[in-house]
Design a protein around this ligand. Structure first.
Ligand code: G4P
Length: 303
């Protein structure tokens, strides 16, 4: 799928769109190791009592791993929405309700905040209690549970694992039938296992890919930087006009993207010699504003 979204939508802005076009690549890729990861997870599945998935609260749909429920069937699913400090809380509430209706156990955290692990552990305890009650009804003894941690890149998986691991690594156990030894990490009375490889969302459409790139979940180089920046500007224009104005000096976007870029370029001081706007610098600046948390309080997936 070739990303020409900017070009198609804004014909009057060829200069901006052509800029950096050489970086444009297609996103019709689904890393081969993803299938390998899924195979590994399928093998681990019998050991697992629940799944703990992390998503970026700013893109709670685009950052979801697709198809995992089909691999790990009928097991409770904890959904940890990270980056509470960066998302639009009003939209997040809607998403939390949406996922709760789907029977997910949902919590919202800022992983940079020390109390986030406690919150996650408490949710795991809650799920564990429910599972053990069911076991009791069947005449089975209660047990400590094992959960598999999954998430696409950049959602905060290592941050969480490291925080928990610093407190307690439960040891490395060689489990028969597995090529790799598994490191279980203590989370309260229960155990967590990091997923064995890298997982990806399904790039179902350009919107998902651009949302992921906007939040640095896929490398910016995979797409065209102008497409990403214009996607960000469009989202701000549609939902966060106040941020568009305070950060970029634009009350709203016009159909003329050269004009938009000129206003922004002047505002942020990205002029080439001779006073011309350096379009690619403007695009990278816009992308970096999200990465460096200068533009926050935003949610791009709408419920
Ligand atoms: P991953 O393993 O899922 O790929 O994600 P990782 O933990 O590496 O987190 C990706 C980036 O997101 C890190 O920033 C991390 O600090 C940040 N992050 C994770 N959770 C939150 C959160 O709830 N709020 C905020 N504000 N940031 C969060 P980085 O800049 O790549 O690394 P670092 O300099 O912070 O170490």
């Amino acid at each position: 799928m070739q990303l020409n979204i900017a070009k198609q939508k804004f014909k009057g802005s060829e200069k901006v769109m052509e800029n950096n076009r050489q970086n444009s690549t297609n996103i019709n890729w689904y890393p081969g190791h993803m299938e390998k990861t899924k195979r590994e997870i399928r093998k681990i599945s019998p050991l697992i009592d629940f799944v703990l998935e992390l998503v970026d609260a700013r893109i709670p749909l685009s950052s979801k791993v697709v198809g995992i429920d089909d691999i790990i069937k009928n097991k409770p699913h904890i959904l940890v929405m990270t980056k509470k400090d960066l998302c639009d809380l009003k939209e997040t509430e809607k998403w939390m309700e949406y996922y709760a209706k789907k029977d997910y156990n949902v919590c919202l955290v800022d992983l940079k905040n020390a109390s986030s692990t406690k919150k996650i552990i408490e949710l795991i305890e809650e799920v564990s209690k429910k599972i053990n009650e069911k076991r009791k009804e069947k005449g089975m003894k209660p047990k400590s549970l094992k959960g598999l941690v999954i998430g696409i890149p950049n959602v905060g998986k290592s941050t969480l694992i490291n925080k928990l691991a610093n407190k307690n690594v439960a040891g490395v156990g060689n489990t028969p039938g597995f090529t790799k030894s598994l490191t279980w990490i203590k989370a309260g009375n229960n155990l967590l296992l990091d997923s064995p490889g890298i997982l990806w969302p399904k790039f179902e459409n350009e919107e998902v890919a651009l949302n992921l790139a906007s939040m640095s979940a896929i490398r910016v180089e995979v797409l065209n930087v102008d497409d990403i920046a214009i996607h960000i500007l469009n989202k701000l224009d549609a939902h966060y006009k106040d941020k568009l104005e305070t950060r970029y000096g634009l009350k709203e976007l016009t159909d003329d993207y050269e004009y938009n870029y000129e206003i922004i370029g002047k505002r942020i001081g990205t002029l080439e010699k001779g006073g011309k706007i350096d379009y690619s610098r403007v695009s990278l600046f816009i992308i970096n504003d999200i990465k460096s948390e200068k533009v926050k309080g935003i949610t791009f997936d709408r419920c």
